[in-house]
Every structure is written in C-alpha cells, then in structure tokens.
Design a protein around this ligand. Structure first.
Ligand code: PEP
Ligand code: MN
Length: 338
C-alpha cells in the first residue's frame, strides 16, 4: 500500500501515520520528495484496509497494491479453474458449455419438451427458475419445490445437468437436493448472507453480475463464496443497467477479457438478459464466444408468446438450433469446441 501525503503534510502528521502503522505490526517506510512524500507500507493489506486512512490529516490518497479479492485472483491461482457440474460436464475447459431452457419452470410438459430440444441442439445444462425474482409482487413468482422436482425429473429423462436460482438462505437445503449448479441472480449478487451460506456447500455456484455492479464488486462477491470453502464458482456477465433503453441491459462483453485478466474462475455470458430481445441473442452469443466466454446461458421457450416470464428474449427451439450451428463455427475459429 502506498500512502501519498499532501504537499503541506506536517512532520507531526507524518510521524503519526508511521507510528500507527508500526503499532499494527506493519513495516512503513517514508520516502521524502521535494514536492511531496509518500509512505510505503508492507504487511497485511487487509489489516491496513480496515483503517480510514484517507481521512487521516495529511493524507491525499491511498493506493492499494494487492487486490482486495484474494482467492478469486490470478495471483492466488494461475491455472484456470474447471468447474464440474457432474455427468462429465465441465465449465472452464476447451468446450463451451451451453445452459439453456425457459426463464421460469412453468409446468412439467413445457420443461421436458424444452429440455429435449435444447439437448438435441447441443446444450449440456438445463436452466429454469423455480424461485423467480420478479420486479412486481403480482407477477408469477415460480413453482417453488414443485418446479425443482420437474427440473430433477427432466435431468433424469434427458441426462442434462441442471442450474436453478436460489433467492433465500432458508431454501438452500431444498435447492441443493435437486440441482447441480446453484444460480445466484443479479439481484442477489450482494446478498452477503446468501453468499456466505452457498460458500459452505459443495454444489457449484453460478454467480450473476449485479445490475449495477462493477467487475471488482462481482469478484468481491465471488470471494465471499470462495472464502467459505466452495471453490466451484462460475461468473456470469448478464448485462448492466446503462442509459440505453433500446435493450433491456447493456451486455458488457468487456467484462469477459477483463475478468480473464484478473481471475482464474470460468466466465459465462447470458445474452438473453443482456439484450432482452430474442433477435439480438444469437449475434451476442457469438460475440461472447469470440471474446473468450467459457459458456452461455440462453433462454429458450417452445411458445414465447405464452411464456410466464421473459418471452421477449426467449428463443424458439428452431432459432436456438440455428444459433448453435453458427456458434460451433465461431467456437472452432477461436480454438474451442461446442
Ligand atoms: C434468470 O436467469 O432468469 C434471471 C432472473 O437472471 P438475472 O438474475 O440475471 O436477472
Ligand atoms: Mn429470465
């Protein structure tokens, strides 16, 4: 950590900072310049971070050297993390893994029908929400445990793995009983109690980026799960809120290479929520693969007009199939398989 002092910092103020650091068992050294001075501090940055240093008299700014996330960082682990969802499905390897299915689990028939078609087109994981985070309390809230049972049944019937969202710590035991991957949705990315709890289980976690969260905040949330002992975290870029209203969100594909430069964790992209428009999904899915994504999450519905949620952004099975064929070519061009 480097503490940059104000040009008019007094000797008394500087001495106070140096003594404070020493008292904490850290090693400060003062470097006095003509214009201004700096104090370098070596030691546990997490200890230093707890101090409101920028509020200390004489301090202009504080520059951390280490990243605030540790376990999520490439400094901690240099090799890419491969997350196994069971059944031979691995996210973070050469193969691009596609998770597809309806936004919500609506009924047994639609779910199974969708599962069969997405599997035929090459998806490896079935998605579907049984607990839905809806903006309106009057909108469909999900089938709850019944929906989880349908997902587990679709897994038995198709061999697909399953990913589903958890919203409440109280349902953790129930959700882990049925799913292969727990999804933490955008709205819960900073529900720290939920993150701590999923950190204690051994089910992989798909952590979606918050609607207004930075890349650093996403990594800090991943750190909560990793710190709890769960090493199987998959990050998901799903669009952020900007001033643009043509699309539901702005899919931040910068996040893919940016995350790859910072973390060993696999990165998945969700162009369905990222665009909110089915007509844009295929192209942005291809762009995500070109940008280095390890997987995709795509909403598919056999009859989007009648979907209980997110019909606007859901692909018809035939469109999904066409998309998968074109994605295969893009994957090959960037040295991946699909
Ligand atoms: C979803 O995957 O259906 C969902 C609600 O996603 P997000 O949390 O990204 O909005
Ligand atoms: Mn959705």
């Amino acid at each position: 950590m480097i503490i940059v002092l104000k040009p008019n910092a007094t000797k008394k103020q500087i001495d106070h900072i140096v003594k404070k650091m020493e008292k904490l068992g850290l090693k400060p050294w003062l470097s006095e310049g003509v214009e201004r001075s700096i104090v370098g501090v070596i030691g546990k940055e997490d200890v230093i971070r707890t101090l409101p240093l920028e509020g200390f008299p004489g301090v202009e700014k504080v520059i951390p050297i280490l990243k605030p996330y540790k376990r999520a960082s490439l400094d901690f682990k240099k090799t890419p993390t491969k997350v196994s969802a069971g059944g031979g499905v691995v996210i973070g390897g050469k193969e691009i893994i596609v998770m597809a299915g309806p936004c919500s689990v609506e009924n047994q028939k639609i779910l199974l029908e969708t599962a069969k078609v997405v599997k035929k087109s090459g998806a490896k994981i079935l998605r579907g929400g049984a607990f839905k985070p809806r903006t309106s309390p009057y909108s469909f809230q999900g089938l709850g445990e019944v929906g989880l049972k349908y997902l587990a049944e679709a897994r038995e019937r198709t061999g697909l793995r399953v990913v589903t969202e958890i919203m409440d710590v109280r349902t953790l035991e129930m959700v882990t009983k049925y799913t292969d991957i727990i999804q933490i949705g955008a709205r819960n990315m900073q529900n720290f109690d939920l993150l701590k709890e999923v950190g204690k289980v051994r089910t992989p976690v798909l952590l979606k980026r918050g609607i207004a969260s930075t890349i650093k905040e996403l990594l800090m949330s991943a750190e909560y799960i990793l710190a709890g002992g769960n090493k199987d975290v998959i990050l998901c870029e799903r669009g952020i809120r900007t001033f643009e209203t043509f699309t539901r969100n702005t899919l931040d594909l910068n996040a893919v290479p940016a995350l790859k430069s910072l973390t060993h964790l696999p990165v998945v992209v969700d162009p369905s929520h990222g665009t909110g428009r089915w007509g844009l999904v295929s192209v942005m899915a291809g762009a995500a693969i070109a940008a280095g994504a390890d997987g995709l999450m795509i909403e598919v519905h056999p009859n989007p007009e009648e979907a209980f949620s997110d019909g606007d952004q859901s692909l018809l099975p035939a469109k999904f199939d066409t998309m998968m064929k074109s994605l295969r070519k893009i994957a090959k061009a960037v040295g991946r398989t699909l």
